[in-house]
Design a binder for this molecule. Sequence first.
Ligand code: ZN
Length: 247
Amino acid sequence: MKHPLTMIGYWQSVYETDYPDPAWFTDANWDPNIRQRVIQHLQQGRRMPYTYMGQAFCRFHCDGPRAGRLGSMEFTDGRYVWPEGLVHYLEAHHLRLPADVVDHMLQGTEDCYEPLPHSYEIDYEWWKTQKGWNREASTYKGVDIGYVVITVTNQTYRALQEAALLHFLSKSGGIRGKLKAVETIMKGETVAIMGRFPYVQDFIAENTRIGLEIRFREIPYMQYQELETLGGDERSAWMQQQLERQA
Ligand SMILES: [Zn+2]
């Protein structure tokens, strides 16, 4: 029988909307001694026998030295599995883990569990049911108004790129010709898209590693409103002008 492990510490992203937001788990009043013991436990986990491509980034967009490089490994204590970056959230953002997890971690590491390849089975579902205690809080920073300039830089992850672009644009507002834009980007052309976007920095952080180069330029709201009233051709001409100015 395979050893059962439970995943914790995955956060929602444009691909994985079922996971919780770390802001739901913050608790500035958590006993610092307990927090320290949990941090130690996380630091003593055994490494899982795989590495993810790219680096996780901090969902709180902090400027800490490791904020954009939270690691690509995962660790286990024989019961839970967590990404390398989880400890950063406890250290820097007052994250408290659910009581079941904390209780287990305070009991110490399960002796000698060694996660050999194919010897374990990971449950990803339990963590999705965890909603924390601050459902009003969010790491989502609102809407960015301006234009994104997108280029495909790597042909390896085409399916992921297309899915990410469609998802991002479907959550964005004020965009004309979404499907056409995605099609053109996937053909290898650089495309500029103007609109109201859900926090662009997340989109950039999540997709650089799958080979999308994304730049964002903010447009002051007044100017954006004026541009909104223009016809398609005039708008395209304005965008073209901006791109040439940058080139
Ligand atoms: Zn951070």
